[in-house]
Write a protein that binds this ligand. Structure first.
Ligand SMILES: Nc1ncnc2c1ncn2[C@@H]1O[C@H](COP(=O)(O)OP(=O)(O)O)[C@@H](O)[C@H]1O
Ligand SMILES: [Mg+2]
Length: 234
């Protein structure tokens, strides 16, 4: 069942041109991530993790080399095509949740579907289903400031799943959470992975990375190691 990989990076280079100096963000990265993988990206500050996530999320383009997302070369896409692919293929989860304040959990989850022009009734039903899925069935009308950090992140995950993207990207999703809430969030990612979602997350905590099935360590814009854990069969 090996089709084309979901993510394929070929000799990918990212140079930040800040005028006076050029900073090498990523140096000739080659990386393949198959559909359904659960990957943690680790590395010290400045090692290139966010640069990689921005490229994987089509928020930024490689300077050299190729990024094939689901077989399509992202470098050759127009800005409109890129924003379309972001909305349909990628769900984003951020360290700081990035929910819209003074807007209910339900409306926050509906928003990506509004952009994707999903009809209102369908949108509402799916947002309710997703919030129930992440354990917030009783909190749909709550505003972000009426929710705990862990609950806010669960709303953000429900929102990220709204358009059924094949890829979920998370940059330090537990960075603002206490240990108990972090574990809950990682258990939720684990369940989503079991349901077939491809999850790629950045963390600097070993305990968090331990939930993933593959850990890729970055240093100085390069991949230092790439280790797969055996899947438990049960
Ligand atoms: N917008 C930018 N302009 C210039 N240099 C940048 C920019 N973003 C990141 N960098 C540089 O690229 C390298 C990788 O940074 P980053 O991807 O943010 O690392 P990490 O997320 O692992 O901390 C660092 O040397 C950083 O200073
Ligand atoms: Mg970073």
């Amino acid at each position: 069942m090996m089709g084309k990989p979901l993510i394929q990076l070929e000799n990918l280079v990212k140079i930040y041109d800040t005028g006076a100096i050029k900073v090498l963000g990523l140096k000739k990265i080659n990386l393949t991530i198959e559909r359904g993988e659960f990957v943690a990206i680790m590395g010290h500050s400045g090692s290139g993790k966010s640069t990689l996530m921005n490229i994987l999320g089509c928020l930024d383009r490689p300077t050299l080399g190729h990024y094939y997302l689901d077989g399509t070369d992202v470098a050759e896409m127009t800005p409109d095509a890129l924003s379309d692919i972001r909305n349909r293929k990628i769900g984003f989860v951020f360290q700081s949740f990035n929910l819209i304040s003074r807007t209910s959990a339900l409306k926050n989850v509906e928003l990506p579907m509004t952009y994707a022009r999903v009809p209102k009734a369908r949108r509402r039903a799916r947002a309710q289903e997703l919030l129930a899925r992440v354990g917030l069935g009783a909190r749909m009308g709550h505003m972000p400031n009426e929710l705990s950090g862990g609950q806010r992140q669960r709303v953000a995950i429900a929102r990220a799943l709204a358009n059924e993207p094949p890829l979920l990207l998370a940059d330090e999703p537990t960075g603002n959470l206490d240990t108990a809430a972090s574990i809950e969030i990682m258990e939720l990612f684990t369940e989503l992975h079991r349901e077939g979602v491809t999850v790629v997350l950045v963390t600097h905590e070993e305990d968090i990375a331990a939930f993933a099935k593959r850990v890729i360590r970055f240093g100085d814009g390069q991949i230092l190691s790439d280790v797969r854990r055996e899947e438990k069969t049960c």
